[in-house]
Design a protein around this ligand. Structure first.
Ligand code: COA
Length: 170
């Protein structure tokens, strides 16, 4: 059965009740409403919503710090996962940033194999660890970067700050 088309647009304050509902189902330690409000209030960030049939299916929050884009949050409704929605959001984010030289970074739980696989497919590479970053279980965060050199297929981490070769779990 064919699916309805995905609509991707800017996330708004009016989306936040649906965002919180997905966030609570998607994460063991969900963001609070105040954290989303803070991110939406930053004029330089890009926050996106993906909708099917007018219903929020996913969102991503990306902040800009000087020349670096930090992917702070991305989540897909558990009922809509593995349908390419996160892939579409990341592609749309790249399109909105519209800069071949842009550098993107993120932290992800070392055990979050689905997310790590998604990011690797999107050109991100593991480049360090933040030890015991997650307070709920003391898990390490994997730091990942998407930068021009690896994106261009050289496999080099030359333009990644403090690169380390990290073995991922899962
Ligand atoms: N297991 C293994 N690989 C997975 C996966 C899973 N459960 N989910 C995604 N991937 C990888 C695959 O390589 C997949 O390609 P494929 O389906 O052709 O094999 C690729 O990512 C793209 O998947 P996509 O359908 O675009 O991802 P999604 O829309 O299901 O969203 C997450 C992926 C991680 C955002 C989603 O699982 C989610 O919301 N998880 C909970 C929140 C979370 O962990 N967010 C990331 C925090 S850092």
């Amino acid at each position: 059965m064919s699916q309805s088309p995905l609509e991707i647009r800017r996330l708004t304050y009016a989306d936040l009740p649906q965002v919180i509902a997905i966030e609570r189902r998607a994460f063991p330690t969900p963001w609070s409403l105040a954290m989303f409000v803070l991110e939406l209030s930053k004029p330089s960030g890009i926050c996106l919503a993906a909708l099917r049939d007018g219903t929020l299916a996913a969102y991503c929050i990306c902040s800009r710090y000087d020349t670096v884009w930090h992917l702070m949050n991305i989540a897909v409704d558990p009922d809509a996962q593995r349908q390419g929605i996160a892939t579409a959001l990341l592609a749309h984010l790249t399109w909105r940033v519209n800069d071949d030289q842009a550098r993107f970074t993120l932290e992800v739980r070392r055990s979050n194999a689905p997310a790590i696989a998604l990011y690797e497919r999107h050109g991100y590479r593991a480049a360090g660890l933040r030890r015991r970053y997650y307070q709920d279980n003391g898990e390490d965060a994997l730091i990942m970067w998407s930068t021009p050199a690896p994106r261009n297929g050289s496999g080099s981490l030359a333009d990644v700050p403090n690169p380390q070769r990290i073995r991922t779990v899962g």
